[in-house]
Ligand binder design. Structure first.
Ligand code: SAH
Length: 382
């Protein structure tokens, strides 16, 4: 691909792949420079690890449904707007997921079901969310509708399954609110177990519709591998996995640690994490549903001790409460995984002023063609 070539015809309209006008190697340089600019003052930045095949890497695909000139459309929201860009396939999404979404759009027509209209708050299907286990082969389809009354429900599900027997579970999720959130509160399993399982770093994980799971499974192995290398566990450590999601990092770490504690705000993810510990026969891990900052303040006041804290906060980074208590708890090592080097730079500034020194920084390209970059930093207590 030359530097001006664009592979996706919707590149400009969609806006999701901000860097698609650059060749992949230029994208990697762009991200490397961005990380050096933000984090380079703390330590040398290792060379970013890119993907061999940077396409169709997303295991989670979401399509918005709507109607235009009487026809049902499905696609993605144009960047920072609520306009649907109609789309049948995307260069970064799983291809099977895209095929299933097109099938659902065709089925709606034959079942005389309407797509939801945000302006009138009428119509039925709002979104389709698909999660696919790349290694397990399991596929979950979540139909997000405005009502739990699903006309010809079982016929619809049967028609979908007969066209895609590879689907392992179908879930109905009801979202009848005026909201930009995709999923609503109420869910009902229409077929299968209501979740999928996936393998990662030799462990098995349950993924339910709402729980966070890394969207690029190939690069997640690379990222977690680096995090484990940086943590350098020997089997004797007490480890905290903060912002643990479904417990993936903590469960992988538990094999080489004395004990692991995970903390996570999302209750569904915590339930998955507990199941995941069982699936992997891990007995030295416990999970807590709490705000990570509040949990850390309590841990600090109880005089808890951790040798290693692995933290993986959302884009906003860690709260000041979290960081203050982290310094108070004073683990020997901190492994800080971040999907936003800007907030990571802010948090590293705090930690380095409070007695920590950055020893390693590794960027990983988890989101090719987009402007996003993931980094993992290792800090030592001075
Ligand atoms: N480490 C996990 C999840 C990382 S994503 C993995 O690699 O899969 C960040 C996670 O932080 C999400 O699961 C999100 O629900 C959680 N989170 C967001 N705000 C939080 C808070 N204030 N306290 C604890 N967890 C939080």
């Amino acid at each position: 691909m030359s530097s001006t070539e664009t592979k996706c015809p919707l590149y400009k309209k969609c806006g999701g792949c901000q860097l698609q006008n650059l060749s992949y190697s230029r994208q990697l340089s762009f991200k490397q420079v961005k990380v050096i600019k933000l984090l380079g003052r703390y330590h040398h930045v290792n060379e970013i690890i890119g993907m061999e095949h940077p396409y169709h890497y997303r295991n989670k695909v979401q399509a918005a449904f709507g109607e235009r000139k009487g026809e049902i459309i499905s696609g993605v929201y144009q960047s920072s707007t609520h306009n649907i860009v109609p789309m049948d396939s995307c260069l970064i999404e799983d291809e099977k997921a895209d095929e299933i979404i097109v099938t659902i759009r065709k089925l709606l027509k034959s079942f005389k079901l309407r797509a939801f209209n945000d302006a009138t708050m009428r119509g039925f299907l709002r979104h389709v969310l698909i999660k696919r286990g790349f290694l397990s082969g399991q596929i979950m389809v979540v139909l997000v509708t405005s009502s739990s009354e699903f006309p010809k429900e079982s016929q619809f599900v049967n028609a979908l399954l007969s066209r895609h027997p590879e689907i392992t579970t179908v879930v109905l999720n009801v979202n009848n609110k005026l909201t930009s959130l995709v999923l609503g509160e109420e869910s009902r399993v229409l077929y299968g177990s209501g979740y999928i399982e996936e393998e990662l770093c030799g462990c098995r994980f349950r993924i339910s519709p709402k729980a966070f799971y890394q969207v690029n499974p190939i690069q997640t192995q690379v990222l977690y591998g680096k995090a484990m290398e940086f943590a350098g566990l020997t089997g004797k450590e007490r480890v905290l996995d903060a912002y643990c999601g479904t417990g993936t990092i903590g469960i992988i770490a538990s094999k080489n640690a004395k004990e692991v504690v995970g903390v996570e705000l999302n209750g569904d993810a915590v339930k998955d994490a507990q199941v995941n510990a069982g699936l992997n026969n891990v007995g030295n891990i416990s999970f807590f549903e709490d705000d990570a900052g509040r949990f850390m303040v309590k841990a600090a006041s109880k005089g808890d001790k951790y040798d290693v804290v692995i933290m993986d906060p959302p884009r906003a980074g860690a709260s000041l409460d979290f960081l203050k208590s982290l310094v108070f708890l004073s683990p020997e090592k901190i492994v800080y995984i971040s999907c936003n080097p800007e907030t990571q730079a802010r948090d590293l500034s705090y930690l380095t002023r409070k007695g920590y020194k950055v020893r390693k920084i590794q960027p990983v390209d988890m989101f090719p063609h987009t402007e996003h970059v993931e980094t993992v930093a290792l800090l030592y207590r001075q």
